[in-house]
Design a protein around this ligand. Structure first.
Ligand SMILES: Nc1ncnc2c1ncn2[C@@H]1O[C@H](COP(=O)(O)OP(=O)(O)OP(=O)(O)O)[C@@H](O)[C@H]1O
Ligand SMILES: [Mg+2]
Length: 307
């Protein structure tokens, strides 16, 4: 039994001969917010659609709640709430009326479901305004209310803040966070905006041209891209041995035969240099670096960044 709520294995989607999604292995953990970050056309929506069975899988597998989704769709989908593209709301009905219809279609959940869902997203219950008179932000909120109507354990939200103003974005972020922190929901959310994902997600997957380039916790990513000492030495393995033995250093990463990163920036570099020299390791350079997350994304996506 795995502890993943969603796990994809070598998930691949071909459109003609274009690989829109290429051998993607996602790992979404219980109770966490997983941010799928990628530019336009990276493959985010296609991945979500394959997880939800809205488009066929070319090859690979999707496990949801610990088991392969194949043949279990009927049991599994009621436990998921999703927004992928705007749901088909009726323009000439109010928000409340629209949700009541969706609630009925889904087999009428709890009696207060519509009222509660509207409350979570900050829309009025039994308001007279028709859907056609809603602003874009209100439409987006109604979409999210519809996704949480049946109190699902897992939410899959494809760019839910698209088109919202900054205050709207912050509000949506707050209630998604609440759903995770206070109600223990698991959330898979996509965005092409780095700052949005970095403020919201616990874990992050970076996708580019259909390939998952990196998957890690936000904490780990921040740590690795905060301050560090970049040490250029003649012999990395000898250097790490000395650093570990004499300085008790554990928090470092090795880049190649000559470069390592030390994340403990309080290390006394004068003593380190001396100890390395004594053991015949030459220090070619040591430099305090401070990369931003933007620098990092720019580097790994090989272009002008995401946000
Ligand atoms: N139905 C389709 N037929 C052909 N190609 C498609 C289809 N749907 C998506 N694609 C292609 O697959 C790639 C991934 O698209 P996808 O919509 O998954 O990207 P995305 O990351 O969601 O982008 P965006 O940020 O613009 O929403 C794109 O190159 C797109 O043109
Ligand atoms: Mg998309």
């Amino acid at each position: 039994m795995t502890n993943y709520i969603i796990e994809t294995k070598q998930l691949t989607k071909l459109f003609g001969n274009q690989k829109a999604v290429n051998n993607v292995n996602l790992h979404v953990k219980k109770g966490r917010i997983y941010g799928l970050l990628g530019r336009n056309g990276a493959g985010k929506t296609t991945i979500m659609k394959m997880i939800l069975g809205l488009t066929s899988i070319t090859s690979g597998e999707v496990d949801v709640f610990g088991k392969n989704i194949k043949g279990r769709e009927k049991q599994v989908y009621p436990r998921i709430g999703a927004i992928i593209e705007t749901p088909g709301f009726y323009p000439n009905l109010t928000g409340t009326e629209n949700l009541e219809i969706f609630a009925k279609l889904r087999g009428t959940p709890a009696p207060n479901a519509v009222k509660n869902a509207l409350e979570v997203v900050g829309l009025p219950y039994k308001d007279k305004k028709l859907f056609s008179e809603y602003s874009l932000g209100m439409k987006q909120r109604l979409g999210i209310a519809n996704a949480i109507l049946h109190d699902p354990e897992l939410l899959i939200l494809d760019e839910p803040t698209n088109g919202l103003d900054p205050i709207g974005i912050a509000e949506v972020r707050d209630f998604i966070k609440n759903l995770s922190v206070e109600r223990g929901k698991t959330v898979l959310i996509s965005s092409h905006i780095l700052s949005e994902i970095s403020l919201l997600a616990d874990d992050i997957g970076i996708i580019d041209h259909g390939v998952l380039l990196e998957e890690s916790s936000m904490e780990e990513l921040r740590r690795k891209n905060g301050n560090y000492i970049l040490l250029h030495v003649s012999d990395v393995s000898k250097a790490t041995l000395i650093l570990e033995r004499q300085f008790g250093l554990k928090d470092y990463s090795v880049h190649d035969d000559h470069m390592l990163r030390i994340y403990d920036t309080s290390l006394d570099m004068a003593s380190v240099n001396k100890a390395l020299m004594l053991d015949e390791v030459s220090v070619i350079s040591s430099q305090l670096c401070n990369d931003t997350l933007e620098d990092y994304f720019r580097k790994i996506t090989g272009g002008d960044g995401i946000a």
